[in-house]
Design a protein around this ligand. Structure first.
Ligand SMILES: [Zn+2]
Length: 344
């Protein structure tokens, strides 16, 4: 029996791997973490948690639990959806109401191993949904139907079957002593050259999962950004959690703004939620948002890029190749439509 959602060997695209014939030493005392993990597992079993569902399967989130309580290690337990959840997913509309239903379904079938859904990192959310989707379908693939964009593409819905292992994903791992970190990634100054990407595809470079090696000092929140271009503002920031997404969705619904592209209201509120301190003081959400409103675009772009270089997990814009031959990137739908093959 294949177990597609089990931790699997990682492709090594683009990330130099340490040269060693020894098993990688773990960077923290393994016995202590192991003991904590065992204690958490026992507590879960004693509480009659979903870890006791015979169909539940462990999955390790891309964050590897680096920002979760010690001993968590990013491990969650995913049960396949049953008829009850199918009905919720089938009746789901898009937008904020859909996200409420989707959270409810995840709450029913995913055991987050001692953390709440609000505490889940936003970077781990697509990974969780994709694996829940694939596991529920009894497969290690997901079915998506992004529209092939005109004018270079055909403009039709492009049916795609993607193996989870072929989707672009960055998983983190703490550096062992003496090992060189490969993350955070450098800031990309140029947009992706589409023709180079197509050439890479023709040569057979699949995206797949890469493991990024993290310096233990690089995981401590908040992070200090370089002084921003033009304004010199000094900003510290943190990762977003699902509780932040709830706030942003509420705002989006009330202001009728659902796009997350840079420069939209929703994107700017998310940027404000990232912000912890501004020139040494805590601005709060309203203060951070008004600061963003009056900050020049060049400075904001500089800020966004510094956050992006610490991103991980599944790419929200995977590349697709249509039958017409056009290669394009499309946003992953992370609401109910993901469970309908990406159709809205
Ligand atoms: Zn096409």
């Amino acid at each position: 029996m294949t177990e597609p959602n089990q931790p699997r060997p990682h492709a090594t695209v683009g990330v130099p791997q340490p040269v060693t014939s020894q098993p990688m030493p773990t960077p923290m005392p393994d016995t202590l973490l192991g003991a904590q993990a065992t204690a958490m597992a026992e507590a879960r079993a004693a509480a009659g948690g979903r870890g006791s569902d015979p169909l539940s399967r462990p999955y390790t989130l891309p964050s590897r639990g680096l920002w979760y309580p010690p001993g968590h290690r990013g491990q969650v337990f995913i049960s396949p959806t049953r008829g009850e959840q199918e009905e919720v997913l089938a009746g789901m509309e898009d937008g904020a109401a859909a996200m409420v239903s989707l959270r409810h379904v995840v709450g029913q079938v995913v055991d987050l191993n001692g953390i709440t859904l609000d505490q889940l990192m936003l970077e781990d959310w697509p990974a969780l949904l994709l694996h829940l989707l694939a596991y529920s379908a009894g497969d290690d693939r997901v079915f998506l139907a992004p529209v092939c964009p005109k004018p270079r593409g055909c403009g039709k819905a492009s049916n795609q079957t993607r193996a989870l292992g072929d989707m672009e994903c960055v998983e983190l791992r703490l550096a062992a002593p003496g090992e060189s970190p490969t993350w955070p990634q450098p800031i990309e100054e140029t947009e992706e050259d589409e023709e180079l990407a197509i050439l890479a595809e023709i040569c057979g470079d699949i995206e797949g999962t890469t493991e990024a090696i993290v310096d233990p000092s690089a995981v401590v929140e908040p992070f200090t950004a370089e002084p921003l271009k033009l304004t010199g503002d000094k900003v510290t920031w943190r990762y977003l959690r699902m509780s932040d997404l709830t706030i942003a969705e509420d705002f989006a619904q009330r202001t009728d703004s659902t796009s997350t592209k840079p420069g939209t209201k929703l994107n700017n509120v998310l940027l404000a939620l990232h912000t912890v301190t501004l020139n040494g003081s805590k601005p709060g959400l309203v203060g951070a948002y008004s600061w963003i409103k009056r900050t020049p675009s060049e400075a904001l772009t500089h800020y966004r890029r510094q956050i992006e270089r610490r991103s991980f997990g599944y790419s929200m814009r995977p590349r697709f190749k249509c039958r017409c031959g056009h290669s394009f990137r499309a946003e992953l739908p992370l609401d109910g439509s993901l469970f309908r093959g990406g159709r809205s």
